[in-house]
Design a protein around this ligand. Structure first.
Ligand code: GLA
Length: 729
């Protein structure tokens, strides 16, 4: 693996000058941001305002580019601010499009017109300073190009340089303007608990489509990612796709707008709903990062660009981060009934399967025998673990696995010592009911004392048990009554931002102090998955829905935006919560398309189940580098028929792995031939099947055959599955 990563790094070092660069064309007042295959161009127009000029495939000729020029007004109803693509518009000066910044100044003025002041280029970062036409309200726009992926990151920082407080009512990270025109199509992700990652595709028409979370965290209901294709024509392999994602785990919003002048623009940042951020004189507010890219390789290539970008540029450890270990989690086996002996027995069995990390889930602390009590009391339950966690951790370590633990630090059960001591620490409005969800309340992490207490509690847990290698960090409800009575009334809405910042701060400090610690982000499944949390966690819990058939669709949606490396997927017992039973091999192969975990009750697995599981874990270890770090091709979608196929190709092209699932057979037809992607036509590949369900093909086969003729699979009946590896000779 090291050799492969080294060659990637080398490639970027040796890339021709100008592969990624930012230049200012002074005569035309244009900035050219070159992010590898993508150009992004901004200009200052004759009104001294910032204008979006171009975003798409890389251009090469400066002389093709004219200076920014405002369009004329459209009668007396739409001035130039509505007819000209705005790069970072304030709400004011007659603009009716979605603003990037909306403010109320101390004297009641609510008009904001931002003019260009200066710029600065440092390597791959451009900073542009803007200022209101009369008030000392400044905005720094920061652009960073990532030439290897074509991705550009935008953030905005608002500065109050006046002598009075001001209230920001909307602070967006930026707006992305697409080439003017119609016929665009939006793809976005929606869902609910146990049904996250549903793919939606719809035409963009005049008006605005909002996808958002008002819930305090990223949410199951929508995810801060979008893809827009031109003419509604893109598919997995081809087509122009503009895509982007926000790095924020609090309330967020994406507004996808087609103006009455046929300008499609995507504005994203903090959710302006119930937003009100007071900037005192001298204070600043930085918005979340907003990342976006462009490709002509369809939705498949858009995903592959993001996957690699996340692994290399976002997630902890970057390109050199290790592969995800095979994990066992106790939740579905024991729920709250954990004990030293019970966990040791499960660990013995997990170790036999080749599991590398054993995670004890909920139930180990305080009076936590069910979901009605104990959250907040992060001390080991002495009845269940009379000698602390030490003996269990040692046992797990002796079996050759490392040890992980479940925590839900942001929450409190009213039936807990913490709540009895500090009822004010829960988010609330005074003298009003506190809505409980799953019998719990949300701690007000915006408060510094609460933040410090949670940091110290987790730090103590990790210091006293230095062999805890991994935390599954859960968050099992959304905000209600988001009050912060201790803060001045005007500042209470800052809770939305401060909460998430402080959660980030705790994780960052814990990681700095315990550098070997790894973390999984969970929020009742996939409720907190975004590029902000991925910057701080090695993996995420994809969904509490572990039904392998549903998972095919869940994982497909997830993979549009996020890397399979981060996608934790467990093999669990059947019948599952849909009442459905699928064969163990099918369940394994579905879970092996991400970061493999096992969550079944191993005490109930037969010897033949254990044998099959051991073989599957062994197989997974031989392909996991390809699955976790390779290029994913979604060949057949589970949304189209009862047949699904996904292929992963390692970055160096040395291995390809095909997974295929026959979830339902109809009319006795055989499955369609599967033509592979991303191989070398001239190369010969050695075939490795696990179950001889590959028809016709002999021991070796050419890339040309695999990509053009394709392979036939002997899959029949319901819930049949197979995996085939192709190794380049
Ligand atoms: C959430 C998680 C589950 C499990 C339970 C424990 O629902 O998503 O995986 O950890 O909490 O209470």
């Amino acid at each position: 693996m090291k050799i492969r990563f080294a060659s990637v790094v080398l490639m970027s070092v040796l890339a021709p000058a100008g592969f990624g660069e930012i230049r200012y064309l002074a005569a035309r007042k244009l900035w050219r941001l070159e992010a590898g295959p993508v150009s992004y161009i901004i200009g200052v127009n004759e009104k001294n305002e910032l204008q979006s000029i171009y975003w798409g495939r890389r251009l090469w000729r400066d002389d093709d580019l004219a200076a920014a020029h405002t369009n004329s007004e459209w009668a007396s109803f739409d001035n130039y601010g509505n007819t000209t693509p705005q790069e970072y518009p304030g709400w004011g000066g007659g603009r009716y499009i979605e603003p990037c910044l909306k403010v109320t100044l101390a004297d009641g003025v609510r008009d904001l017109v931002l003019h260009y002041v200066s710029y600065n280029i440092e390597g791959e970062t451009l900073r542009i300073e803007m200022k209101d036409i009369s008030y000392d309200l400044g905005v720094t726009l920061e652009y960073r190009v990532f030439p290897e992926s074509g991705i550009i990151r935008k953030t905005a920082t608002v500065h109050n340089r006046t002598r009075a407080p001001m209230t920001l009512e909307s602070a967006q990270s930026g707006a992305w303007n697409l080439p003017r025109g119609e016929g665009y199509r939006l793809t976005y992700l929606s869902g609910r608990w146990a049904g996250e990652w549903q793919i939606n595709r719809e035409a963009i028409h005049p008006g605005m489509k909002v996808i958002e979370s008002r819930r305090g965290n990223t949410s199951h209901q929508a995810n801060p990612w979008f893809a827009i294709d031109a003419d509604g024509r893109a598919d997995e392999q081809t087509g122009r796709v503009w895509f982007g994602a926000l790095g924020w785990s609090g309330s967020w919003r994406l507004s996808i707008e087609q103006t009455s002048h046929q300008q499609v623009r995507v504005t994203g940042g903090f959710n302006p709903f119930d937003f009100g951020y007071v900037l005192e004189p001298g204070q600043s507010l930085e918005t979340p990062p907003f990342y976006a890219g462009y490709t002509e390789g369809g939705f498949g290539e858009a995903s592959r660009i993001l996957h690699r970008f996340e692994r290399v540029n976002i997630m902890p450890g970057g390109a050199t981060a290790r592969l995800r270990p095979v994990l066992y989690n106790s939740w579905e086996a024991t729920e709250f009934a954990v004990s030293e002996e019970g966990q040791k027995a499960l660990a013995d069995k997990a170790a036999r399967l080749g599991v590398e990390r054993f995670v004890m889930d909920d139930g180990w602390f305080g009076a936590r025998n069910n979901d009605r009590a104990g959250l907040g009391d992060w001390t080991v339950n002495a009845q269940k673990f009379p000698h602390g966690l030490g003996p269990l951790i040692d046992h797990v370590n002796h079996l050759g696995m490392d040890f992980g633990l479940w925590v839900e630090p942001e929450m409190v059960n009213p039936d807990s010592n913490l709540y009895r001591q500090h009822p004010d620490w829960a988010m609330h409005f005074p003298d009003r009911p506190r809505t409980q969800e799953r019998n719990q309340l949300v701690l007000n992490m915006a408060r510094e004392d609460v933040k410090n207490y949670i940091f110290e509690t987790l730090d103590r847990l990790l210091t006293e048990n230095p062999k805890i290698a991994f935390l599954k960090w859960d968050m099992n409800r959304n905000f209600t009554e988001p009050g912060w009575p201790e803060a001045p009334a005007a500042q209470q809405k800052e809770l939305w931002v401060a909460y998430t910042r402080n959660v980030y701060d705790i994780i960052d400090r814990l990681r700095a102090k315990h550098p070997k610690l790894e973390i999984e982000s969970c929020s009742g499944g996939g409720g907190r998955v975004d590029l902000g949390i991925l910057q701080r966690t090695e993996e995420v819990w994809t969904s509490d829905n572990t039904d392998a058939f549903d998972r095919l669709r869940i994982q497909e949606g997830f993979s549009l935006a996020y890397t399979p490396k981060a996608m934790m997927a467990w093999v669990t017992d059947v019948p599952n919560f849909n009442g459905r039973s699928t064969p163990l091999a099918y369940r394994f192969l579905v879970a092996m398309m991400g970061s493999l975990g096992i969550g079944g009750n191993l005490n109930r697995w037969s010897e033949s189940d254990m044998d099959l599981a051991s073989r599957m874990v062994e197989l997974y270890k031989s392909i996991r580098a390809t699955v976790q770090q390779g290029r994913l091709f979604r060949l057949f979608s589970p949304r189209d028929s009862g047949f699904t196929a996904n292929e992963y190709v390692s970055e160096d092209g040395g291995q390809a792995v095909l997974f295929a699932f026959r979830s339902a057979q109809d009319f006795g037809y055989p499955p369609p031939a599967v033509r592979l992607s991303g191989l070398d036509e001239q190369a010969v590949y050695r075939v490795k099947t696990i179950d001889h369900k590959l028809a016709g093909v002999t021991e070796t086969v050419s890339g040309a055959y695999l990509m053009n003729r394709g392979v036939d699979l002997r899959l029949g009946g319901d819930f049949d599955s197979t995996a085939v590896a192709f190794e380049r000779q």
